[in-house]
Ligand binder design. Structure first.
Ligand code: PEP
Ligand code: MN
Length: 348
């Protein structure tokens, strides 16, 4: 951080700033200029409240942040891409990982048959929601633990690792017993107690971008998880609120290369929640691949018209299969090929 003193600031004011920096365990480096004094403050991480306090001190004209507000999530901290291995699938190693399955787990048959179909089409990870964050309390809110059991059965039958949402810090232990990846939904991106809790879980976490979160806020939310010791964080762009009404949200594709530049963490694109319409899922999935996403999250349902949630943005099994065939070609063309599927290990 740079502290720019006012023109004609007194020696006492400069000494006051240096003393405050020392109190905050920051090193102050003075550069006296012709017109004004500039003080460079150096520290591993600078508390934003200290920055705000400095800007209000007597004799201070301006305080300029130089480094990013996050540390562990930033490229400055780790230059090489983070690669997360889960159930034989690598996320972030230059291959595109497809997480597919229904929005909500509806019953065992539904989960297992959808899982088998998405596996046959080439998906590497299964998704399915057991705890559903719904806008209306009267909508279907998921099967809870029973749903997690169906998801675990689908994993056994297919050998694909599973991802599912945890909404409450009290449920982290329960969900982590079944899930291979814990999903934090958009509405909970800044639920800091929940972020702390999954930061202490021994499972990778996929953190969806908040409905109206800036990229800095999103990376700071990821920082909460990493600061508790969990380094296996995956980010997911799922669309943000804008004034556009033709789509449910605006899928911010530019966030993908921006995040790649700022952070070493893998980033997944979710064109279903990002657009809200099934016919936009394939084109936006193709585009996500081309801009370098590390993976996709896709909602798939054998009969979307009867889905208990998000039917309008879910692909049929046939449409999912044809999208995967098109992604094979795009992936080769743009140097972001589909990842290999994990091997099913059967005990005999
Ligand atoms: C979901 O993936 O099922 C979901 C609820 O997503 P989001 O949190 O992005 O709305
Ligand atoms: Mn959904």
């Amino acid at each position: 951080m740079l502290i720019v003193m006012k023109m004609g600031a007194s020696d006492e004011e400069v000494r006051g700033v240096l003393a405050r920096l020392k109190e905050a365990n920051l090193e102050g480096h003075l550069s006296p200029g012709e017109e004004r004094v500039v003080i460079g403050a150096v520290g591993v991480i600078i508390d934003p409240d200290i920055r705000a306090q400095m800007s209000r001190m007597s004799g201070v004209e301006d305080v300029i942040a130089i480094s990013r507000p996050y540390k562990l999530t930033g490229r400055e901290f780790q230059e090489a891409d983070t690669v997360i291995e889960v159930g034989g699938v690598k996320i972030g190693d230059g291959h595109m990982v497809v997480m597919a399955g229904p929005c909500s787990i509806e019953n065992e048959d539904h989960m297992v048959s959808t899982a088998k179909a998405v596996k046959a089409s080439g998906a590497q990870i299964l998704r399915g929601g057991a705890f559903k964050p719904r806008t209306s309390p009267y909508a279907f809110r998921g099967l809870g633990e029973e749903g997690l059991q169906h998801l675990a059965t689908a994993r056994e039958e297919t050998g694909l690792p599973v991802i599912t949402e945890v909404m409450d810090s009290r449920d982290v232990e329960l969900v982590a017993r079944y899930a291979d990846i814990l999903q934090i939904g958009t509405r909970n991106m800044q639920n800091f107690m929940l972020l702390d809790e999954v930061g202490m879980a021994h499972k990778p976490v996929m953190l969806k971008r908040g409905l109206s979160a800036t990229i800095d806020e999103w990376l700071l939310a990821a920082e909460y998880i990493m600061a508790k010791g969990n380094r296996d964080v995956i980010l997911c762009e799922r669309g943000i609120r804008t004034y556009e009404t033709a789509t449910r949200n605006t899928l911010d594709l530019s966030a993908i290369p921006v995040v790649k530049r700022l952070s070493h963490l893998p980033i997944i694109s979710d064109p279903a929640h990002g657009t809200g319409h099934w016919y936009l899922v394939e084109p936006m999935a193709r585009a996500s691949m081309a801009v370098g996403a590390d993976g996709l999250m896709i909602e798939v349902h054998p009969n979307p018209d009867h889905a208990l949630s998000d039917g309008g943005q879910s692909l049929t099994l046939e449409n999912f299969d044809s999208m995967m065939r098109s992604l094979e070609k795009i992936g080769e063309a743009v140097g972001n090929p589909l990842a290999p599927q994990p091997q099913l290990v059967t005990a005999d």
